[in-house]
Design a protein around this ligand. Sequence first.
Ligand code: COA
Length: 292
Amino acid sequence: MDTSPSTPTSTPTTKPASEVTRTSEQGNGEPIAVAMWGTGGQARVVEEFLGAVGCELVVVCDHDPHATWESETGGTNRICHGWSGFEAFLPTFASESGGRTLYGIVAVGGHDGSDRLRIQARMETLGVRPIAVVHPSAYVASNAMIGPGSQVMAQSAVCALAKVGRGCLINTGSSVDHHCELGDGVHVAPGARLAGGVRVGEHTMVGMGAMVLPRIKIGNQVVIGAGAVVTHDVPDGKVVYGNPARVVKDVSRLSDVHVRGIGPVEPVSPAQGGGAKFLVEGKYDIGPATEE
Ligand SMILES: CC(C)(COP(=O)(O)OP(=O)(O)OC[C@H]1O[C@@H](n2cnc3c(N)ncnc32)[C@H](O)[C@@H]1OP(=O)(O)O)[C@@H](O)C(=O)NCCC(=O)NCCS
């Protein structure tokens, strides 16, 4: 397991949020050029703060041939559709940008993080490197690790010694407490809370406002319903909800993921903590969840 950060920004002193590194890349004075996949809600949330973390959105892409994009921040309106559109954009960018590196971010929410990871992987094969971003108001402990392509959103917290895999969403006002380990493609939805030492398997979504008790192990491809209180380990591929959360079905029987009742949401304090560390290569092996 390679956990070396790309930017050794760890500092023992507390810094205001405005001074800490908020992306996994350094812009060397000029903005980091970013291609964003997705035009939905998650994309709008990411667009809003990209400029604040030293990035310039240069193109937006979507599989939907009817998707449109008009910038809400005075940035680019450029959109391309599907992989053919994106591949056609790359040489144009190369010639227009004077050799700037292009980074990619997959701003696609939902309950199946494998979608996000597939897009991220394909972008990487095209030479577009994933970038991780941390909203200026989020708190990320100086000894926490954030995987490539992950997004840590406003008023969320990633606490001491937590490890977040690649392509994860730590969404608005959620918290991932000390020693948590999140596999690739995990989505911690707005207002969800993971207590210390929780392990979450790949592609799992922890629904809005859910709470997960200390040291619980949640499997791969699990969906935890909004407002759930998870008191027992959850095996792979299950949907659980309620207080206490119970297994209700297999994820394969989930027709759709709806937005249902929101549990308690208390935004964390504005960030006053140290700089984020980012995992550039490698993968967290968090092992299987225990069976119930
Ligand atoms: C758990 C969840 C995945 C279940 O989806 P589903 O199987 O399609 O659920 P349905 O809408 O068919 O509801 C089935 C029953 O479960 C109940 N139910 C659904 N979600 C529930 C939840 N989170 N807590 C308690 N009960 C729930 C419904 O009320 C319904 O009960 P009823 O049959 O008595 O009316 C979904 O409701 C959920 O909570 N998704 C999380 C959404 C979220 O946080 N998204 C992140 C956005 S950024």
